[in-house]
Design a protein around this ligand. Sequence first.
Ligand SMILES: [Cu+2]
Length: 261
Amino acid sequence: MTRPILTRLLVTLTGATALAISASAPAHFQELIPAVEIVTIKSGNPVVLQLQFTHPMERGPAMDMGKPARFGVLGPAGQEDLLASLTAREVEGKQAYAAEYRVKQPGDHVFFVEPAPYWEPAEGVMIVHYTKVVVDAFGAGEGWDAEVGLPVEIVPLTRPYGLWTGNLFSGIVKQSGQPVPFAEIEVEWRNDGSVTPPADAFITQVVKADSNGVFHYAMPRAGWWGFAALLEGETPMKNPEGKEVPVEAGALIWVRARDMN
Ligand SMILES: [Cu+2]
């Protein structure tokens, strides 16, 4: 091997290492996790929902959540503002929230949150993860694909509850109501402590949407799965220092898979 080639190889390797380091920055995920995804007579009502901004596969570290800008539900009775029902709680000393919701009638309930923008100096962006989760009440089976109309939103193509482990989950990534071709979607499992990822690439799975903004992912384990399409927001925001910076507008949806046993 001649010297120039070796030098080039070293430069390439160094570049690759630098890239690998920046790409392995763990993925932030806004969580919106209900105690149950299907409300039955036995499951209990009200439903408790936990909101936390964290790294689900790595079980932290958590980040402080500011008071959400919006929290609500789109259900059989239309849209309901639930902001006043949020209660502050702490996770690992970080600000998080919880809410209780009493289901009043059968039907699918699309809970959603628009968190307060989060300043991430490491990436130079303000992060806003518009997050949804669908809870079915009393087997109604209707309304799970209703669109909230968030600036960025994942609209499920697979009914997002009653899912077995191994099922394929499909959805459309939308921004301002339009499909986003070839959007990148990060996928994480909400680790209960039973899995240690063998390499960083296993922490966050990455899939891309097709030309119609449609993506698919087969869930290999029971539990909660978060799907996050990270898009650039249409208008910049001011960071805490008053400087205009880009916005990472995340469209998230959480779904639960259960084992066949
Ligand atoms: Cu992170």
